[in-house]
Design a binder for this molecule. Structure first.
Ligand SMILES: NC(=O)c1ccc[n+]([C@@H]2O[C@H](COP(=O)([O-])OP(=O)(O)OC[C@H]3O[C@@H](n4cnc5c(N)ncnc54)[C@H](OP(=O)(O)O)[C@@H]3O)[C@@H](O)[C@H]2O)c1
Length: 296
């Protein structure tokens, strides 16, 4: 597949301070793209920016935002628009919703939302909504959201969307990764104008520290053992880099990709009624009026 001229493109990548997000940010910056990385810790953002610049990425900025809080996502979107304006742009070519978290315990954010649901699902939903005018202003823009093979074999629990009654760390993680696929399918249905390309990505099993950060005991132990057989973050970033860089949108069928090619997501994730229902719940939880997604 032919690459588009990525050196003329701008990419926002959340969770760009480590793992797959850092590898993606580094590769796109090295190809000459203007990269806006997002991380939750100012020191780690500064360190990531320094590493990317030292490795030859000339155009890179980092913004700090804890994506667990919607007020931070609103501020972040404003700051992203500010950086675009500084470069005389009001369009965004690539949004990679990559940040993700695993939490052993049922914890609520200060806004009363279960942490994995807030960071892994609602943050991509809200950030995409807020940046949609800029994405629609860039013909062929990409919205890529990091899902996982773990979306398979699970369903949306509409009666208990934050899994309060039955919280289990891995079940909650899988639930949010299913939300990522269903968000992407519904976004594609709603904005199927040929103008934007919406894809959920399965990076495979990748050797990162994701399972060691918000966890303890058995979960940390299992992850540290399991992750050893995973690929490197650079390998895990290949599909994101490919989809951000490839030229031919019409050569990108499907809504779910793994190993730089489309793959059938779970049957359940393709159910339209359930995706619409999840969308409407997400709108309410993000304070977005019905049918105003993506409108300024
Ligand atoms: N590793 C795998 O095998 C695998 C498999 C399937 C899917 N995925 C998905 O791939 C994505 C990247 O994960 P990874 O494995 O590369 O893990 P990672 O190295 O831990 O990267 C996660 C990134 O998200 C950031 N982050 C976490 N919570 C945040 C918050 N509240 N606000 C803002 N940023 C936050 C982290 O910041 P810090 O650097 O400060 O921690 C980090 O930059 C995730 O969506 C994950 O679900 C991973």
């Amino acid at each position: 597949m032919v690459d588009r001229d990525i050196s003329r493109k701008t990419a926002v990548i959340t969770g760009a301070t480590s793992g797959i997000g850092f590898a993606t940010a580094l590769a796109l910056a090295q190809k000459g793209a203007y990269v806006i990385g997002v991380g939750r810790d100012a020191g780690r953002c500064e360190a990531a920016k320094k590493r990317i610049m030292e490795a030859g990425g000339a155009k890179v900025d980092f913004l700090t935002a804890d994506l667990g809080l919607q007020k931070n996502i609103h501020a972040l979107a404003g700051n992203i628009r500010g950086l675009l304006m500084n470069r005389g742009k009001n369009s965004l070519d690539v949004l990679i919703n990559n940040a993700g978290t695993v939490c052993s315990w049922y914890t609520l954010t200060a806004e009363g939302i279960e942490t994995q649901f807030a960071v892994n699902h609602l943050a991509p939903f809200l950030l995409t909504h807020l940046l949609m005018p800029q994405l629609l202003a860039s013909p062929g823009a990409r919205v890529l959201t990091m899902s996982s093979m773990s979306h398979r074999g699970t369903r949306i629990n509409f009666k208990d969307i934050m899994l309060k009654k039955t919280y289990n760390c891995l079940a909650a993680y899988k639930h949010t990764k299913l939300c990522n696929v269903m968000f992407s399918t519904e976004l594609q249905r709603r904005f199927d104008t040929g103008k934007i390309c919406v894809i959920a990505i399965d990076p495979g099993l990748v050797r990162t520290d994701i399972g060691l950060k918000g966890t303890g005991g058995l979960i940390s132990f299992v992850w540290s053992t399991r992750a050893r057989s995973g690929v490197t973050p650079e390998e895990g970033a290949k599909t994101s880099i490919h989809l951000a860089s490839a030229a031919e949108l019409d050569m990108m069928p499907g809504v779910y990709w793994k190993d730089c090619k489309p793959l059938e997501p779970s049957r359940y994730s393709q159910r339209e009624a359930e995706a619409k229902r999840l969308w409407e719940i997400s709108e309410r939880m993000c304070g977005i009026a019905p049918d105003s997604f993506g409108k300024p």
